[in-house]
Structure formats: C-alpha cells, structure tokens
Design a binder for this molecule. Structure first.
Ligand code: ATP
Ligand code: LTN
Length: 325
C-alpha cells in the first residue's frame, strides 16, 4: 500500500483555505493508503509563541483533524514533538543542505521580511520538514500549492543523501490539489488565506457558525466593477469567491461566473455553500470538545505507531552517515 504523510502547523485555528486546498482530501487517503497525519508543533516554534496558547492550539488542531473525518483507527495521527526522530534526522539533513538552499525558500523570505529578529529555526525549517516526510518513507505528500518549493527541496535532500550514503529514503512526490490550491484572504485577495494572519475577517475558520461565515463573506473585498468574471489577475476578490464556491460545490469557477450577474447573490450563495460544507465538521468538533479523552487516546496510539517506523528510518540514516544511533 502506498504511504502518504502530511502535517499542519498549530499556529491558529484551521481555516477554509487549508481545508479546501489540503485537509479535505486527507480522509480520502485512509482506506487505500497507509496514512500519517501530524500536528507540526515544532515548526510553530520558528516564530515566537506563547507556551500556553501553543499547547492549547496544538490540541485544538488535533481535534480539528479528527473532526474533518480522519479516523485514528484507519490513519496514524500524532504530534511531531512526541517523536524525537524528527529533530534527530533534521540535524543529519541540515548537514548536507546549504545555507543558500534555505535562503532561497520563498516562505522564509516572506516570513522574515521586515523582522528585527529572525530565528535560525525559521531558516532551517525546510530540513525539519524534509525529515518529517523522509522518516516515514512516504510516496506522496498531499499539500497546498504554497508547500511545493519545500517538497522540491525535500526531494533534493533525499536524492543527495541516497547518492552520498546509499539508498536510504524513498523520494516523495508532492500531491497538489488541482482546485483551490491557493485560496486567498477575504480582506486582501492578493495574499494567501493564512491562519497566522492578523485579520480575523480575512479567513473563515472551520468551526465558524453560519452567521459568522455570512458576515465574513458579505464583507469580502471585491472591486468597484459590477461584472462577475473569473479573472484572478484582474479581479482577485471576485475570482476568490468563485473559487470558494466552485470548490465547495464541485463546479468550475469560470462556468459559475456566467451564472451570476450580481456580487450580492454570488456572496450569499458562497456563504451558504461553505456553511453547508462545514456543517459536519462543526458538529463533530463540538462532540469532541465534550470528550477530550478521545483526542488524548488517539494521539497516544498515534505517537507509538509513528515512533516505530520513524526510529527505524533514523537508525538506518545515522548508520549510513557513520554515527552511532
Ligand atoms: P501559517 O499561516 O501558520 O503559515 P498556513 O495556514 O499557511 O499556516 P497550514 O495550516 O500549516 O498553513 O497548512 C496546512 C496545509 O494547508 C498545507 O498543505 C498548506 O499548503 C495548505 N494551505 C494553507 N493555506 C492554504 C490556502 N490559503 N489555500 C490552499 N491551501 C492552503
Ligand atoms: N510546512 C507545512 C507544514 C508541514 C508539513 C510537513 C506538510 C510541516 N511538515 C511535512 C507536509 C509534510 C506548512 O507550513 N503548511
């Protein structure tokens, strides 16, 4: 059975961008693949975090993964910090990666721009992400479009390692959703919708109530024209709404554009479609919050399963490089 892995940072509440671009597809892998999903809490430390808030968000994101339909009996769900092999392999990989490679990552450039203090972890982050994937010998990694470059680097590091030290890692493929690979912020449609942005009106959270979804979409930035057209370069706001509606209803954004002549109806239909799409997630999340023991149990079993395979790969990589494990 092919193996897949993907992770999500606990830097905020999960939103519809990540859901449509990535998480929504995750439960579909758990029957025909050996699937691993984890909360990348060590990645979140690359920017300063309040420890109490981070711990709370980590649990919250784990609950959201179960709420979107990941079943811990059919997939392995765990916290990255509970599997020590991630940071150990990251070190081995950092030693064959160059500073230039890390500096070329657009996410590093974006997240470090204009900051007084940029952590060393933010620069070396892609080596930890490569370790996350390579430890599990994953064949494919389902992610949003913004992770394409990190996955390319992961492949480069795996190939380099295999060439220098002998066949050790499977070289993984990125699996990027053909639709909704990049949902934009509702308040600034030139920026990716991101859970660590400061504008709460820019993102729809997975657990937002229908009222809140309606309010956020009705205030979404469009433009001063009146024509509904799918043209992401010229009309980013309207095109983003069409993309959201298309992804939520399984249609095509250009074709949908032809069915609307007013922004108002496009907005109300989009709000309705998203609200319906998220209904089961909202309900399941509410149930899980009443029974937190379920989350703890899933994470404990997941970490144990993950450790077995991760430690085995780590040992092989360490031995191949001539260090003790
Ligand atoms: P941060 O804001 O902290 O950088 P994020 O929201 O960009 O986080 P994650 O939630 O960690 O990113 O990403 C989880 C998955 O969702 C990744 O595969 C990512 O590519 C995808 N994703 C995130 N935002 C979007 C978006 N706006 N459109 C499509 N896919 C997205
Ligand atoms: N970098 C990703 C989260 C992430 C990830 C991974 C995704 C960390 N490790 C391994 C896939 C595989 C992000 O910021 N969205």
């Amino acid at each position: 059975m092919a193996r897949i892995i993907s992770g999500v940072q606990p830097t905020g509440t999960l939103n519809i961008g990540g859901y449509l671009g990535a998480f929504r597809h995750w439960p579909t892998y758990q029957d025909e693949h050996e699937a691993y999903f984890f909360v990348a809490d060590l990645h979140a430390l690359t920017v300063r975090q309040d420890p109490v808030v981070l711990a709370g968000r980590t649990r919250d994101v784990a609950a959201s993964l179960l709420a979107i339909g990941i079943d811990p009996t059919r997939a392995t769900v765990f916290l990255q910090s509970e599997v020590a092999a991630h940071t150990r392999l990251a070190w081995l990989l950092q030693c064959s990666a160059s500073i230039g490679e890390m500096q070329r990552m657009t996410q590093f450039k974006d997240k470090s721009a204009g900051k007084d203090m940029v952590s060393l972890g933010l620069l070396t982050y892609p080596a930890l992400m490569a370790a996350d994937v390579l430890l599990y010998q994953a064949d494919a990694v389902p992610v949003g479009d913004d992770q394409r470059q990190h996955l390319e680097l992961t492949r480069d590091l795996a190939i380099r390692f295999n060439n220098r030290y002998g066949e050790t890692f499977v070289v993984p493929e990125a699996q990027i959703s053909p639709v909704a690979g990049r949902i934009m912020d509702l308040q600034d449609p030139t920026k990716k919708m991101s859970k660590s942005n400061d504008s709460p009106m820019g993102a729809i959270d997975l657990t937002d109530e229908p009222e809140v979804i309606r309010r956020k979409i009705s205030r979404a930035v469009t433009d001063s024209e009146a024509e509904v057209a799918y043209d992401p370069a010229r009309k980013p706001g309207v095109s983003n709404l069409l993309e959201l509606l298309a992804a939520a209803t399984g249609q095509n954004p250009s074709q949908l554009a032809g069915q609307y002549d007013r922004y108002g109806t496009l907005k109300s239909d989009t709000a309705e479609a998203i609200s319906e799409l998220l209904r089961p997630v909202r309900e399941r999340y509410g149930e899980l919050c009443k029974d937190p023991g379920q989350i703890d149990a899933a994470l404990a079993t997941g970490a144990q399963r993950a450790r077995e395979i991760a430690e085995d790969t780590y040992r092989r990589a360490a031995r191949a490089m001539g260090v003790s494990c």
